[in-house]
Every structure is written in structure tokens, then in C-alpha cells.
Design a protein around this ligand. Structure first.
Ligand code: UTP
Ligand code: MN
Length: 456
């Protein structure tokens, strides 16, 4: 008999209640509310130090009662027991790791579920149904995230858009997965996806700067590649961007923190000012929505007078050149393309620079002074003419899901084509200029939503 204590960190009350009732069906388990009484502490996405810190903070244990006679296990072990309907041996990989910076192995991730991952997996698959399936998961997931109350039973799903209020088969699947998680505490399908070889390899490969799902799929299916070692070993030819992606893989897959972003923002702002004191620089992307970290830093550069922004990007890059590892520039191609006719909803024609920036860690901490320790960071600079600024601001603030949905709404409900460049009537082609994001919302007869409310 094992006495289990579910650690409340990253497990909400509803889930614990549910896990407790699952455990109650087996004579092999007893669940306690008191960590001192337990033989096993069961935690999700946590390592030992995090669990102990958490319990000390919650005054569940005192700092010096360190868990000597306790085993700290990942929730994947418990889920395994529930699946097999018996007490399973604890695998070494299911014991929580000691160090704070323990490598983020599969054991700590196993039972985490989010619609984003289901969406990602559908996109990775890339077959005929993938887009529609991914969209169904994205919508379902956004609905669940935006829901003000916790979903605890099937009834709660009933009136939700894209989940309960639809007859679409794909949304039905989304609902089925959600219900499975509600009733079983886990979903076999999601567990299989997250632990599956395809998902893991695709996640690894698409984490390489310059590699999209298409190449990643080819590597997986045609070349039988599975790991980053395979990428290094197989003697495959990489583009310059991709080889940089490999070289800086860990850095580029480590989130950028807000304080690091603020530091780069100051430097770019200074460079802009030196090039021309009327240039403006505006933070967009996840950081504008109030996120405390991001995969890259996105900045819009503009000039109050239309046209005067032209040619400035090269000069800004030149000012910062010692800090760049890579500057991939994309020219303004608005003359070659019909406005609004983009291959994907997020593509636009602005002149921009997708760069890799060398962030010197000593900029944050004066103690590190002199040490040339740095980290590679993705920085995007986008040059925007003044009359398109409000649209670019809206288009680059995200989330991607929000952009997709507001554009779809504009087109289907208002017969208006909305892009990062502007907005025009689908029928008459009449253009709608706007100075601010508020005006764009107004024109679309939508209530204004602050960046932080755009489905973070
Ligand atoms: P990001 O991919 O940078 O996402 O795109 P994010 O929301 O900032 O989140 P992080 O970086 O992963 O933390 C930001 C916004 O810019 C648009 C996207 O649609 C998104 O809304 N975007 C991105 C474009 O319009 N064009 C692009 O080429 C890239
Ligand atoms: Mn971003």
C-alpha cells in the first residue's frame, strides 16, 4: 500500500480531487492531505527543489524536515498505474530530479496537456486534414484559455464556442479529448502524442532556426532522422541559417526574459536615434501583450513622415553591427505583389530584418563585468511607413490565433480584408485608413481589446 500526497504545485484543486477519486478505486493507494504522512509525493512538471520550496512556503513542511523517507515521483507514474490498473514499479526517470536546472526530460512533461500541443502535432503531421485539425484544436484551446472559470465537468463544455456549440467533427474530436481528460485525468491520445517519436523529433527539428515543418518531416520520414545528433552526423547539407540554428540551438530555444528584452530595446532605440532622431521604435509581439518571456523580440521602426523610414534599416543595422551574429534582411516587396494577397495570414511585405543578436550577459549584471559571456537571441526589426503603422501594430502584436480570427471575422462578417498593411472593402476595394488600433476595432464594430486581452 502506498500513501500518496499530490503536490498542489502545477496541479489545481479540481485535478487533485479527480486524481484522488481515481486513486480511491484501488486498494493499493491511499491519498493523504498531509505530506508528512505520505510515502510518495506525486508532482507534475516539478523537480525536488521546487516541490520542497513550495511545501515549505505553504507551511506544509518545515525547512529542515527534508523528505528523507519519501519518494518524490512524477505524475506520469501515477497515470501509468491508472492505465494499467495496478501498482507499477517506479522507473528511475520518474523520480523527480534534484537540481533546479535539471534537464527538462520527458518524465516531467509526460502528462501535461494543452490544446496547443494537439494543434502543433496536427500541423507537424502536415497531411490533407492537418490544417483543419490544427485549427480546431487552436480554437478549442483558445476558448478554454479564455474561459473565466475552471472547467470541471462535461456540462461546463456545453456552451463553449468551437467545443460544445458546434457539430464539426474536428471540434467534436477536440471535445472528446477534453472530456477524456476530465473523466480519466489523462488522455491516452495526448500522452501518446507527447511521448511519441514523431512529435518529439518534429519539436526538436523545428526548434532549429531556419527549419520549418516541411524539412523536419522530410528528415523524419525520408532520412530516418530522430535526434539533433542525427542532424550533426548525417552529413546533410544545411543552409547558412540552419547551421547557425544548430550552432546556437540551446540559446535560441531558451526564452528571452523581459529584462534582457528591455536591454536590447534600449540599444536599438539608441541606434535609431543616432540614425535619425525622429525615428520611432515600438515593441510588438508577445512582450507587448505583457508576456514576461518570449521566443524572440519584435520591434517596429517607423518615421512620422511617410517615406522617411526608407533606407534607415541598413543604417540601424550598421550602428549595431558588432552585436549581430546574423542579419537576414527581407526587402520591401510591396511593388511586386498585390496588396492583401499573401500566402499565409501572417505574411506581409514590410522591409525587415530577421536577426540573431549577441546578448552580452554582463549588460544585466555588473558583477559579470569583463566576462564575454553571451547568449544568442532572435530579434526581428520591421520597418513600417507611418500611414500603415496602426495596422502593422495590430498585426504584429498577435497572438497568431487572435490575428487569424480577427481577419476571418473581418472578411466573413464585415466583407473587409484586413492585413498588417491596411484594410479594404472586399467588394468596392475602398481603403480604410486608420491612425490607431482603436479606430480599426471601431471600423470593424468590435469592442476594443488591449494587447493583454488578445488571447495570451
Ligand atoms: P511571434 O511569432 O514573434 O509570436 O509573432 P509572439 O506572439 O511574439 O510570441 P513569442 O515570440 O513566441 O514569444 C508575433 C506576431 O507577429 C506576427 C504574428 O502573426 C504574431 O501575431 N508576424 C510574425 C507576422 O505578422 N509576420 C511574420 O513574419 C512573423
Ligand atoms: Mn515574438
Amino acid at each position: 500500500m502506498e500513501v500518496l500526497y499530490f503536490v498542489e504545485r502545477r496541479l489545481n484543486q479540481a485535478r487533485i480531487k479527480h486524481l484522488t477519486s481515481l486513486a480511491g478505486k484501488f486498494p493499493e493507494f491511499r491519498v493523504t492531505q498531509n505530506p508528512q504522512d505520505a510515502t510518495l509525493w506525486v508532482a507534475q512538471e516539478s523537480n525536488c527543489d521546487e516541490v520542497i520550496d513550495f511545501l515549505v512556503k505553504k507551511k506544509k513542511i518545515s525547512g529542515n524536515t527534508i523528505a528523507e523517507n519519501k519518494k518524490l515521483v512524477d505524475i506520469s507514474w501515477f497515470i501509468g498505474c491508472m492505465k494499467e490498473k495496478k501498482l507499477m514499479d517506479i522507473q528511475p526517470s520518474q523520480l523527480l530530479k534534484r537540481k533546479v536546472d535539471a534537464d527538462d526530460g520527458p518524465s516531467t512533461k509526460k502528462s501535461r496537456y494543452s490544446g496547443d500541443e494537439a494543434e502543433e502535432h496536427a500541423l507537424f503531421r502536415g497531411d490533407a486534414n492537418a490544417e483543419a485539425r490544427a485549427l480546431a484544436f487552436r480554437r478549442g484551446s483558445a476558448t478554454l484559455k479564455a474561459h473565466p472559470k475552471e472547467i470541471v465537468c462535461e456540462e461546463d463544455l456545453k456552451n463553449l464556442p468551437y467545443i460544445g456549440l458546434t457539430n464539426s467533427a474536428k471540434a467534436g474530436h477536440c471535445k472528446m479529448v477534453a472530456m477524456e481528460i476530465l473523466s480519466e485525468g489523462f488522455s491516452d491520445e495526448v500522452e501518446d502524442v507527447l511521448n511519441g517519436s514523431f512529435y518529439k523529433s518534429m519539436k526538436l527539428f523545428t526548434g532549429i532556426f531556419g527549419i520549418g515543418p516541411q524539412t523536419a518531416r522530410k528528415w523524419y520520414h525520408d532520412l530516418g532522422m530522430r535526434t539533433l545528433e542525427d542532424v550533426k552526423g548525417k552529413n546533410i547539407s544545411l543552409t547558412y541559417e540552419q547551421s547557425l540554428g544548430m550552432e546556437h540551438y540551446d540559446d535560441l530555444n531558451t526564452p528571452i526574459k523581459l529584462e534582457e528584452a528591455e536591454c536590447i530595446i534600449k540599444m536599438v532605440e539608441k541606434a535609431c536615434n543616432e540614425v535619425c532622431d525622429e525615428l520611432t521604435m515600438t515593441l510588438v509581439g508577445g512582450f507587448r501583450r505583457g508576456k514576461s518571456q518570449g521566443h524572440d523580440l519584435d520591434l517596429l521602426i517607423s518615421h512620422p513622415e511617410d517615406g522617411k523610414e526608407k533606407g534607415k534599416l541598413v543604417l540601424i543595422i550598421e550602428k549595431l553591427k558588432e552585436h549581430f551574429i546574423y542579419t537576414g534582411r527581407k526587402m520591401d516587396v510591396s511593388n511586386n505583389l498585390n496588396k492583401g494577397n499573401f500566402a499565409s495570414s501572417t505574411m506581409d511585405n514590410f522591409e525587415k530584418c530577421f536577426s540573431i543578436f549577441k546578448f552580452n550577459k554582463s549588460w544585466l549584471n555588473s558583477n559579470l563585468e569583463g566576462k564575454a559571456e553571451w547568449k544568442a537571441v532572435r530579434l526581428d526589426l520591421i520597418v513600417v511607413p507611418s500611414h500603415q503603422f496602426a495596422y502593422a501594430l495590430l498585426g504584429w502584436t498577435g497572438t497568431k490565433h487572435f490575428e487569424r480570427e480577427i481577419r476571418r471575422y473581418a472578411r466573413t462578417e464585415m466583407k473587409i480584408v484586413l492585413t498588417s498593411h491596411g484594410m479594404h472593402s472586399l467588394d468596392t476595394k475602398q481603403n480604410f485608413p486608420a491612425e490607431t488600433e482603436e479606430e480599426i476595432f471601431q471600423k470593424l464594430q468590435l469592442e476594443y481589446r488591449a494587447p493583454s486581452e488578445r488571447c495570451c
